[in-house]
Write a protein that binds this ligand. Structure first.
Ligand code: SF4
Ligand code: SF4
Length: 408
């Protein structure tokens, strides 16, 4: 997708940079040693091999903005620096995967830095990019990122699963699960129902968690979204909230508290909740899954939330599975390419990255690639199609739907 940016350099009041999240941005600028350890792991840079797209290059540019903007003479003269559209472009050529943060030996909080900088660009009126603007408009109007009818938000709920009042668990499907990848949350609630869990969902009150906006620098709808979800959920009397989407999991468990309040429930990713059910002997694994499988860590679940073991523990309990790790796994996992607003704005690049991840999986000899996020499944499936790979991409919930089916 082509980026629509003005031809002329953009005028920015750089003094805003020092007022905006000053401690975090300033710390990152002084910490960076310009060593370049972060470059090789950056998938966005692999797609656009310019220095300005590397984490190091981005920080170098931010430093220049800061130095030019806060010099005494500039201040006296009220001089404004010029911000090239290339910089805005580079700041959005990033999936927010956080692999740079893992390898940065200066321990810079790079994921926060990229989000701070994007928020700064939005406040200066030079962002968001066109696709992100469109998503924000849809969320504002329809409360989902696809512009679908809010009345159909819970149309995915399978008729065979009763809705309980009060429930034990609120199942949060997310926008992708509700409108594009319904098979994933459907599998999730069917499996939990087999374990005797009483569930319900938020219906029309399940607003977008606003992850697509927060990752692209726009927090204007996060208060309304978190307030709506928290108020509705807390009124339902459930103890736990479970979600199959890793992006929703990160946002609800980590970000909601900054905008309104945390939800009153214990928030679980589906993989964690299922592991608990299996350990409590409430969910029998009735059937074999006779495949060689490998596992892709979604960035929002793994690097961002530290959930690496629960999905692997569940996979390893399934009879018939031969499990193999990819060379890049856990905290060094290669991103699937979909996050941080990258897929919505730069879809071709995102699918190329997914294709590289599929090649990683193929190198293990696996015939099934399991992950734990419908958005990863979507992008990885497109990556596999692009290179004609026969590997099957499945969400853990889809695998467990087969494995936990009652024995005939
Ligand atoms: S690894 Fe860290 S310190 Fe080194 S260039 Fe990258 S961001 Fe800077
Ligand atoms: S978060 Fe990922 S895509 Fe963004 S700069 Fe770091 S390594 Fe590159």
């Amino acid at each position: 997708m082509e980026i629509k940016l003005p031809d002329k350099p953009l005028q920015i009041d750089s003094s805003l940079l020092t007022k905006f999240n000053l401690p975090r941005v300033q710390r990152a600028m002084t910490q960076c040693l310009q060593c370049g350890y972060c470059i090789d792991v950056c998938e966005a840079h692999r797609q656009t091999p310019w220095e300005s797209v590397t984490p190091r290059g981005k920080i170098y540019y931010i430093r220049n903005i800061d130095t030019n903007g806060i010099g005494a003479v500039d201040k006296m003269l009220g001089r404004k620096i010029e911000l090239a559209p290339d910089f805005v472009d580079a700041m959005y050529k990033c999936t927010g995967c956080g692999n740079c943060e893992v390898v940065c030996h200066a321990q810079i909080k790079l994921v926060d830095l990229w989000e701070d900088m994007r928020a700064w660009l939005v406040r200066n009126g030079v962002a968001p990019l066109s696709a992100h603007k469109g998503i924000a408009e849809k969320i504002a109007k329809y409360h989902n990122s696809f512009g679908e009818s809010p009345a159909k938000r819970d149309a995915w709920w399978p008729a065979e699963v009763p809705r309980s009042n009060p429930p034990d668990v609120i199942f949060f499907a997310g926008c992708t699960g509700s409108y594009r990848m319904q098979g994933v949350p459907q599998a999730g609630v069917i499996i939990l129902n087999r374990a005797g869990v009483k569930m319900n969902c938020l219906g029309e009150k399940e607003y977008c968690c606003t992850s697509p906006l927060l990752r692209t620098g726009n927090d204007t709808l996060s208060l309304e979204a978190s307030e709506t979800v928290v108020e509705k959920a807390d009124g339902m009397g459930a103890k736990d909230m479970v979600m199959t989407c890793s992006g929703c999991y990160k946002t609800v468990s980590s970000n909601f508290g900054s905008y309104y309040s945390k939800v009153g429930q214990n928030v679980y990713h589906f993989s964690q909740y299922v592991e608990k059910l299996i350990n409590e002997r409430k969910l029998p694994l009735n059937n074999e899954f006779n495949h060689k499988v490998t596992y892709h860590d979604p960035c929002h679940l793994g690097r961002h939330s530290g959930v690496y073991d629960a999905p692997r523990n569940v996979i390893k309990k399934i009879k018939g599975i031969e499990f193999v790790e990819m060379e890049r796994s856990r905290e060094n996992s290669r991103c699937c390419g979909a996050g941080g607003g990258y897929k919505s704005q730069f879809n071709d690049f995102a699918v190329n990255i997914a294709a590289d991840r599929i090649r990683d999986a193929e190198a293990t000899g696996a015939d099934v690639l399991i992950t734990c996020c419908p958005f990863c499944v979507l992008n990885l499936t497109q990556g596999a199609k692009k290179i004609g790979s026969s590997i099957k991409v499945m969400d853990l919930a889809q695998v467990l739907l087969e494995v936990t089916a009652p024995k005939e």
